[in-house]
Design a protein around this ligand. Structure first.
Ligand code: ATP
Ligand code: FE2
Length: 336
């Protein structure tokens, strides 16, 4: 086989090693998810979790993918944005491997990696990315040599909102998939339901969004006695409509005609359906990668590392430090 690039992802809950071949063919990722015993993420505990699993995950990848160290041409890792203690584990492991195997190190922007794996997988060329994950909710499009943020959440990420709501209802992390299931089951039994049945706030300001008000109102509705499935359904309808509205505005403003979904919430069938409908109506193309490439994964980090290496864009030790608040538009796009 041709050489491979390994990617290491460790921005938050997920610790993942993945790879792409030098020609950009992705392979599966080897991942572990830190699940807090109670409450939200505890950065130090998550970092311990990642640190304990590093050698096990990389050994499995090498064994199952039939790779020896000589096959590995470079190692890419998430430099940010994310939680400092978690990012540091991925960066340290990557520096150690780069040193041991004498191969280039490539620090990458996690948000940009979601775009590049989406382009790799779907064949879209110049999309608007609707990036909906736990920590991030952004609408992004390329302008010149940057990916610009056209709109974003002003408070919490949409996935974080779903996880928090789920937690108040005794549903374990990650809450998004469970809310999706409850909403779907409820809607199958109530196909005629109107979105005003469980009234919730809808908050879009230009191309920005926010989700805290929606979260609190949904909790309130359950407390008032509304059925949990009905609240989950209405919560999804409101939150996803807001994202789709902003995405549509971004398409109109940027003049682009492809909408790409990325991030863990893009696994949701309802947001995919809304994307399909909106794009069909305006003659645009809505697209998304397989679920394994929507959620955080090492493969997407490897793919962005590969694209950066094509333009000799690697990272020397002195600039290999993590950057928890790295912005999407900070990264200069040197590749096509
Ligand atoms: P980032 O660092 O990009 O913010 P993240 O750490 O939140 O990413 P992801 O794997 O991208 O990690 O996303 C996880 C989020 O996706 C969680 O909030 C989870 O509840 C949500 N999610 C996963 N599957 C679904 C689904 N089917 N429907 C809705 N939300 C989902
Ligand atoms: Fe992510």
């Amino acid at each position: 086989m041709s050489g491979v690039i390994i990617g290491v992802e460790s921005t938050a809950h997920t610790f993942s090693f993945g790879l792409v071949t030098e020609d950009g063919e992705p392979r599966k990722s080897y991942s572990a998810l830190y699940r807090p015993e109670e409450g939200g993420i505890h950065p130090r505990e998550a970092a311990d979790h990642h640190s304990n699993l590093a050698s096990q995950l990389i050994s499995r990848l090498m064994e199952e993918q039939n790779i020896v160290s000589n096959d590995v041409k470079a190692i890419a890792y998430s430099q940010g944005p994310g939680l400092g203690p978690c990012l540091r584990i991925g960066a340290n492991v990557s520096r150690a491997l780069s040193d041991q195997w004498k191969i280039p190190l490539v620090g990458v922007n996690h948000c940009v990696a979601h775009i590049e794996i989406g382009r790799n997988q779907t064949g879209c060329i110049d999309p608007v990315l609707l990036y909906v994950s736990g920590g991030n909710t952004q609408v992004i499009a390329r302008a010149g040599n940057r990916y610009q943020v056209l709109g974003e959440t002003l408070d919490i990420g949409i996935g974080n909102m779903l996880d928090k709501f789920a937690r108040t209802q005794g549903l374990a992390f990650p809450g998004g998939p469970k809310i999706e299931q409850l909403a779907r089951e409820w809607h199958e039994n109530n196909p005629e339901a109107n979105v005003d049945l469980v009234e919730l706030p809808y908050s879009v300001q230009g191309m920005d969004l926010n989700f805290s008000g929606l979260l609190n109102a949904a909790i309130q509705k359950v407390n008032e006695g509304f059925e949990l499935g009905a609240v989950c359904w209405s919560l999804q309808e409101h939150a996803f409509s807001a994202c789709i509205e902003v995405a549509e505005r971004a398409l109109a403003h940027s003049g682009k005609s492809e909408l790409l979904l990325g991030g863990g919430v893009a696994c949701n069938e309802r947001i995919r359906e809304m994307t399909r409908i909106m794009c069909e109506q305006r003659g645009s193309v809505g697209t998304w990668p397989e679920k394994q490439y929507c959620i955080d994964n090492g493969t997407m980090i490897a793919e962005l590392g590969r694209r950066m290496l094509e333009t000799n864009n690697s990272t020397n030790l002195a600039s290999s430090g993590i950057n928890p608040s790295l912005r999407t538009d900070h990264t200069v796009v040197t590749w096509d």
